[in-house]
Design a protein. Sequence first.
Length: 297
Amino acid sequence: MPERLIALYPPGARVEIRFANDDNAAWQPAIVLRHEPPGMWVAAADGHRWFVTNTKRVRNAGMSETVAAQLLTLNRAFYERMAAEFAQSRRQPWPGFQELIPWLPAEKCDLLDVGCGSGRLGGFFWREARLRSYTGVDFSEPLLRIARAENAGTFAQRDLSQPDCLHGLGDYDAIACLATMQHIPGRANRLRLLREMADHLRPGGRLFLAHWQFARNPRQQRKVNDWESIGLSAVDVEPRDYLLSWRRGGFAWRYVCLIDAAEMAALAQEAGLTILHQFHSDGREGDLNLYTVLQTA
């Protein structure tokens, strides 16, 4: 555990600490000064210095709005330039889609696909005759043009990094958000999106999430680059944030957050959701994505 704490918070990182081992204790702003295994020294806002070894008493203070905006711009540029190549690389349904079918709450359901991309999931469920209606939302207009041309349903352009991004779309039996939350900069923004999706579930509805587990795959790890490549540093971003390269049909950068099983469990608890099922699937090794099926608690 101490190694994990040191790995999460580099010197200079903005954090929050609390001095009482109590979930209701107030958090205070601080900055990481230096590592001293098994812990690290932090300076609180009042100037006092503290030695921290307990991961439960320190948390990231969140990235600045400026950095979040820069990362969003980075990803928008990627999907603007590489939409056709990206969609072509994902023509076939992922194997994990099949394992979601038993968890659909009804024989035919209304599905909202958050971060739908080219609409591949909707096309899969239509072919399986499991949909009554399909609504796809995404921030990328080039991907939405592909989705409208290739799939039945209703599509809308929405900025998923912003509050109330799903306003006016109604309620659904099932909501999917596959390989999308990982591209939303800032944990607070990801938690907000998760809560908003939960608010649009009908009673007994199911939420399907999938997150890319690139850190456990040697092939995928070759795509990881230093933040200095785009003028940032590890201090500017949050734990589990990565800069990945894309080289199919051209070169581009992408921002990705690693959301593993532990982080997914924490997000679910904070959003008031219950995990019903979780599994790995996809990729050559069959474990490239972590799927999670949830419902409101």
